[in-house]
Every structure is written in C-alpha cells, then in structure tokens.
Design a protein around this ligand. Structure first.
Ligand code: ATP
Ligand code: MG
Ligand code: MG
Length: 352
C-alpha cells in the first residue's frame, strides 16, 4: 500500500488526494497551513514551509513518489526530494513554467505560437517594447502571477515612467494584446511509458481575472481542437513529462491558435472531467505517477463547470437540488472575496 507525496495542500491537492484514495493509495501532503484543504483528506500532513529541508526529507522518506499541486513550489525543494524519491512532473517542467519569459521561449522553440513578448527590466525597456508592439500591451510579472494578479494593461498614452518601480523592480514581461475570439485549454497527461491522453478542449470565460466557467465542448473547429491537443503532446514530449498538464490558448477569429501559458499540474479548467468523464484529470495524474494505464477518458457528457468564488458558495444547497449538477466544495472555512470555494458541473449526457 504505497504512499503518494504532494507538495501543496490546496484544493488541487485535495482532489488529487481523493483520487489517490479511490485507487487505494495513501497520501502525505506538505503545506505550511494547518487548515489546508487537502489536510482534511490526506493520511499525513507535514505542516512546514516548502523550503524546510528536514520536512522535505521526511516527505521523501515517507512517499514512494512525490508530486506537486502548486506551480510555484521552489524548484530547489523539488530537486532535493528528487535526490531520494522520484518526483513527477520533472522539476525541469516547474522551472520552465515558473517564469513567463522562459515559458514563452520554450513554447516558441517548439514551433508553438504565443503573443509577441519582450523582457522588461527598466522603464526604458518598457518604452522600447511598447513601441515595438505598436503602443499597447500587457505588462506581467515574470514570476508568481495567478488569477490575473500582477498584470497591467498599457495604452500608448500611459506614462511609463515609474512603472518598474511600481512593480518593486521585479522582472517583467510585456506581451502584445491578442485580439482573441475565445480562450480554450487542453488538459493532457503523459505516462512513464510515453502514453498520451488529452481531454477535449474546454472553452474558458474569466471574470475579474478569475476563471468563471469552462464549457465542453468548446466552440472550435475539429482542426483547432486537434491542433491544441497536438501542441500539448509536443510540450509533454519535450519535457519528458509524467503527469497532467494544463495548456491555455487564445483562438483568433481566423482560427489561429496561440498558447498563453502552461500549468505543470492539474488545472481549474479541467475540474469538469470528474463529472463528465470516466477518468478524471485527478485520476489521470495519479495513474501517471504510479504507472497505471492512461486509456481514453471516455467523455460521456457535455458540461459547464462554474467556479464558486467567495460568497457564491452559499448557493451550494440550491445547486445541490439541481438534477444533473455535481457540486464539489473544498472545505475552506472562510469565504473571502476572490477565494475559490468550490465548483459545480452541470451535465448534459451525450446520447447515442
Ligand atoms: P491563471 O489564473 O490562469 O494562472 P494568470 O494570472 O497566470 O492566470 P494569464 O493567464 O497570463 O494570467 O492571463 C489572465 C487572462 O488575461 C487570460 O486568461 C486572458 O483572458 C487575459 N490575457 C492575458 N494575456 C493576454 C494577452 N497577451 N492578450 C490578450 N489577453 C490576455
Ligand atoms: Mg497562470
Ligand atoms: Mg492563465
């Protein structure tokens, strides 16, 4: 009865732990927060910082394989564990995804198009880059951004002086604004034997920078859906990846596909898979970690996943009364604004 270690104990870790339990595995999590969502369902909780070397060694000793549910886990911590116990996805994938600059270069090197981008390390860089991009763009911190945090839209007339200082002089990237028609994501998995599984693309709508809904199938042509899965396969193969990845794309009116970012973990836009597929993204990840097969996910329903943010979680009893709606709550005590508290997936079975 082997043990799976997880760095991070948020809702993603919780859902991974539930999937692991269903396959008969024990779970040990490392998360500094005593009331982390995954702590309620894991067998062992090491409550320590992600840099704590003795805690990392303890997790490595306890677990037969270690994964992470948070893309900003320190790479050095993942590598320390890897010296004793296999870590999947490979820490190199963490490294590639943690910095938006290396991430975009990595994608372009694979022939996968992205928004045009420039590194920005000074106000002068910002001015030059904005000029290159024709006067508009989105400034993002290269590291640590999520839910649209650490981003600023720039128009030509904006005063760029003091921009760098206002971001505390952290490294930035300026991206061209993609005039996209819609956003989609592909959740894909790769096994230790190179087996590949891709879920159908989801169409994603954001609200206040946070994912609001994921709808499957996405309104895209079969060609676009195929190309998106193919790009995910290239990324996974290039990283010699094991586990699940989320790849976000923009789709333009003329069906051009541009990658936005990759998340080397299970992904919010893949939560629908637990309700609409026989094999969920969480189980696919656990299977990849332990070397179980990754057959087709067998999507039996169309669906819309809606995040329950902050106070929206109070709708849960009403949603639970809806036939065909699967409600999933993360057990977080405090419904702070902007906090992901749970989600609901509404299903429409595919008949025939
Ligand atoms: P996540 O929570 O998905 O990790 P994030 O904070 O890492 O988000 P991005 O995914 O880079 O940020 O951007 C958030 C959203 O902002 C995108 O989903 C998209 O709607 C919009 N956006 C980001 N970059 C661009 C761009 N270059 N052109 C147009 N829209 C963009
Ligand atoms: Mg992101
Ligand atoms: Mg994103």
């Amino acid at each position: 009865n082997s043990t799976i270690g997880i760095l991070g104990g948020g809702q993603l870790g919780r859902m991974l732990a539930l999937a692991a339990a269903r396959l008969g595995y024990r779970v040990a999590i490392l998360d500094p927060d005593k009331s982390a969502p995954a702590a309620q369902v894991a067998n062992i909780h090491i409550a320590a910082p992600y840099e704590d070397e003795s805690a990392l060694d303890e997790l490595a000793a306890l677990a037969d394989v270690v994964t992470f549910e948070w893309e900003n886990v320190p790479v050095a911590s993942a590598r320390r564990i890897e010296a004793r116990t296999p870590v999947f996805p490979p820490p190199a994938a963490l490294e590639a995804a943690q910095d938006r600059l290396t991430e975009k270069r990595f994608l372009n090197d694979l022939g996968i198009e992205t928004a045009p981008f420039h590194a920005v390390d000074s106000d002068r860089d910002a001015q030059d880059a904005l000029f290159e991009l024709g006067g508009t763009g989105i400034i993002k911190t290269r590291r640590m951004g999520y839910d649209g945090k650490g981003q600023l839209r720039l128009r030509g007339s904006d005063d760029l002086g003091g921009l760098h200082a206002s971001f505390n002089s952290v490294p930035l990237i300026l991206e061209g604004i993609v005039p996209f028609e819609r956003e989609i994501s592909v959740i894909a998995a790769r096994g230790q034997d190179g087996a590949f599984l891709a879920f159908d693309p989801a169409e994603n709508v954001h609200r206040d920078g946070i994912l609001h809904t994921s709808t499957v199938p996405a309104t895209v042509t079969p060609q676009v859906a195929h190309d998106a899965k193919d790009a995910a396969r290239k990324i996974l193969d290039a990283l010699d990846y094991v586990g699940v990845i989320g790849v976000e794309f923009f789709v333009t009116h003329d069906d051009r596909l541009l990658a936005n970012e990759i998340a080397p973990r299970v992904h919010n836009s893949g939560h629908w898979t637990e309700a609409a597929c026989v094999l969920s993204q969480f189980e696919a990840h656990i299977r990849a970690l332990v070397g179980l097969p990754l057959p087709d996910a067998f999507r039996h329903s169309d669906c819309v996943m809606e995040n329950l943010i902050g106070d929206e979680v109070t709708q849960a009893p009403t949603l639970a009364a809806e036939p065909g709606a699967m409600v999933h709550l993360y057990g977080k005590a405090e419904a702070r604004p902007g906090r992901k508290m749970g989600h609901v997936t509404r299903l429409t079975p595919r008949l025939g």
